[in-house]
Write a protein that binds this ligand. Structure first.
Ligand code: ADP
Ligand code: MG
Length: 253
């Protein structure tokens, strides 16, 4: 089966700063990959490349077997048109550290916005599904609440429901619990665990090693723009082979 994400030797520069220096990795259908590594190692940039928020400078990046942002013809790459990029992005949901919900919209309105505006679903249909999704993230009673009336953890769960409303084939999480008070982290991780158990393909940047250990099929340790090692959690977290991985783990565990 075609992997959902395939990165082959990808490079990304910002001006003279090379941030990704030849990244190789794959995520299969239904797999959960946890990206770990020190601040500045390029984790967010990698997610942003997968989600079309940044363009890679070299290498090949495929999502669902399609080149991200380009079409290949006769050995040459041609940039996709905006409409084609939008179609590719539609299959990818992303949840950020900051919840960035629309502040002037209720939880349910936040969730139905994109399905109605982008996917052309009827409001009635989007609302019905939005309510199901709110139930799924444990917020069935909060549909009329505005973001300011919700805790950070509740806002983050609405953000997850909002991403799911687009029926993504891949979910990207960039430190989804890092901005939360400790007592709110568990509920968000619980929702992510359930999502993983339901078979969603996920890439999760996280410092929650317990989550990575229990949920990840694959842990990818990045440092300074390279993948230092990757493998099952029992290998990378419990028995790291590289000094840099050991050093990082000793600081976060
Ligand atoms: P991580 O998520 O692992 O902390 P990032 O991907 O955010 O790392 O950043 C990797 C490096 O790229 C850092 O040195 C950061 O300062 C730099 N960087 C990220 N985004 C930009 C940008 N838009 N312009 C210039 N430098 C950037
Ligand atoms: Mg980051």
């Amino acid at each position: 089966m075609t992997p959902v994400v395939q990165a082959q030797g990808i490079h990304k520069r910002f001006g003279r700063l090379e941030v990704l220096k030849g990244i190789d990795f794959e995520v299969g259908q239904g797999e959960v990959a946890c990206l770990i590594g020190p601040s500045g190692s390029g984790k967010s940039t990698l997610l942003r490349c997968i989600n079309h928020l940044e363009k890679i400078n070299a290498g090949r990046l495929y999502v669902n077997g399609q080149l991200v942002g380009y079409r290949e013809r006769g050995g040459k790459l041609y940039e996709l048109r905006d409409k084609e990029v939008a179609e590719q992005r539609r299959d990818i949901g992303m949840v950020f550290q900051r919840f960035n919900l629309f502040p002037h919209m209720t939880a349910l309105e936040n969730i139905i916005e994109a399905p109605v505006q982008v996917r052309g679903e009827s409001k009635a249909q989007a609302r019905e599904r939005g309510r199901e999704l709110l139930d799924r993230v444990g917020l069935g009673d909060k549909e009329s609440a505005y973001p300011a009336q919700l805790s950070g953890g509740q806002q983050q769960r609405v953000a997850i429901a909002r991403a799911l409303a687009m029926r993504p084939k891949l979910m990207l999480f960039d430190e989804p619990t890092s901005a939360l008070d400790p007592e709110l982290v568990g509920d968000v991780l619980g929702v992510m665990r359930q999502l993983a158990a339901d078979g969603m393909t996920m890439i999760v940047v996280t410092h929650e090693m317990q989550f990575a250990r229990e949920v990840a099929d694959k842990v990818v340790f990045m440092d300074d723009g390279v993948v230092v090692e990757q493998g099952v959690p029992e290998q990378v977290i419990a028995n790291p082979q590289h000094e840099r991985t050991r050093g990082f783990l000793s600081r976060v565990l």
